[in-house]
Design a protein around this ligand. Structure first.
Ligand SMILES: NC(=O)N[C@@H](CC(=O)O)C(=O)O
Length: 349
């Protein structure tokens, strides 16, 4: 039985760092354990221009503690008025690594998102030419579509037609939550990949709804039935290069989540690697953890794996993580996998 594992320092290919006090509080948790992260642009106002991304990158770097080797990979928020020239110039400059498509109204701070994909086709065509990935929040927002079906319907009515119209476009299906998403990604070519979060490997919809409503398990896309969680686990541990880690760690204050209209988002940066080691151990696939967390994402983005290493050691005593993180006068509640964690994480040089 493996109880000691050394892997390449991981990358988080889908992360919300926010801004201001929240950014300062949460960035060190990511920069401790991850070499790079794809930074989501859904600030208020969203990061829509290259110059905004440049300034945001500087604010992030100012929040990285000395001694942490961390590189934020900046993205732009796609709107129906995004200018292709700005996006491509930002990409050529090496600053912009991807562009994020939020269907308008799909999730936190997405009101400036895209209503009609045909309006952004000129930008997507230039991105395809430049090899710049489009990251999709894959949920339709039509009121008549059940929230548990929104990913499947998005694949059928938006994503597949888009990929057929523009096969050269590199696409990442972000935070997939269904067997449909995993099957669609697995059937794709080298231009398609999918991120999977830590929490969607651990919780299903019962965790949110059985025995009282659990706001700290509410995120978007919402966790689905158990069969979908199992399909995501199978995809994550498969070693298939199309699947890689994107935690979608998305901090909101505890009070904003414990509310009559609670925010969507789960904060998992601080204990993700310990959670994942346990998931991969349960699946008998510890030898695939490095591919999922450290190699596949880098390969998709065309960058070298990190030079540093991470050691994961299983211990009898549970590893303790704080239940909350203090942000100003508030706290952020940390993801609770629902069982004790036994994998200790050490960052090696
Ligand atoms: N995942 C979430 O539930 N929330 C994210 C937005 C997103 O990625 O959907 C957030 O920014 O809070």
């Amino acid at each position: 039985m493996t109880t000691d594992l050394t892997i390449t320092r991981p990358d988080d290919m889908h992360l919300h760092l926010r801004d201001g006090d929240m950014l300062k509080a949460v960035t060190p948790h990511t920069s401790a354990d991850f070499g790079r992260a794809i930074i989501m642009p859904n600030l208020v106002p969203p990061v829509v221009h290259t110059e905004q991304a440049r300034a945001y990158r500087e604010r992030i770097m100012a929040a990285v503690p000395a001694g942490h080797a961390f590189e934020p990979m900046m993205t732009l928020y796609l709107t129906e008025s995004t200018e292709a020239d700005d996006v491509i110039a930002g990409a050529k400059d090496g600053l912009i690594k991807a562009v994020k498509l939020y269907p308008a109204g799909a999730t936190t701070n997405s009101s400036s998102g895209v209503r009609d994909v045909s309006k952004v086709m000129p930008v997507l065509e230039k991105m395809a030419d430049a090899g710049l990935p489009l990251l999709v929040h894959g949920e339709v927002t039509n009121a008549e579509i059940d929230i548990f079906d929104r990913e499947k319907v998005f694949i059928e009515t938006v994503l597949d037609p888009l990929r057929q119209a523009l096969p050269e476009l590199r696409v990442v299906m972000e935070h997939i939550t269904t067997k449909d998403g995993a099957d669609y990604a697995a059937a794709g070519n080298e231009n398609l990949a999918a991120t999977i979060t830590t929490h969607h490997l651990i919780i299903n919809r019962n965790h949110i709804l059985v025995g009282g409503i659990k706001p700290h398990y509410y995120c978007l896309p919402v966790a689905k039935r158990e069969e979908h969680r199992l399909a995501l686990r199978a995809a994550a541990v498969s070693g298939d290069p199309r699947f890689f880690l994107g935690t979608d760690s998305a901090p909101h204050t505890t009070s904003a989540k414990e509310s009559a209209c609670g925010c969507a988002g789960i904060y998992s940066s601080i204990n993700t690697m310990s959670c994942l080691a346990q998931v991969f151990e349960e699946e008998g696939a510890l030898d695939k953890l490095e591919a999922f967390a450290s190699l596949n994402g880098a390969a998709f983005y065309g960058i070298q794996p990190n030079a540093q290493k991470m050691r994961l050691t299983k211990q009898d005593e549970p590893v303790s993580y704080p239940g909350t993180v203090v942000v100003g006068d508030e706290t952020v509640t940390v993801f609770d996998p629902g069982y004790p964690l036994h994998w200790k994480v050490e960052n090696l040089g």
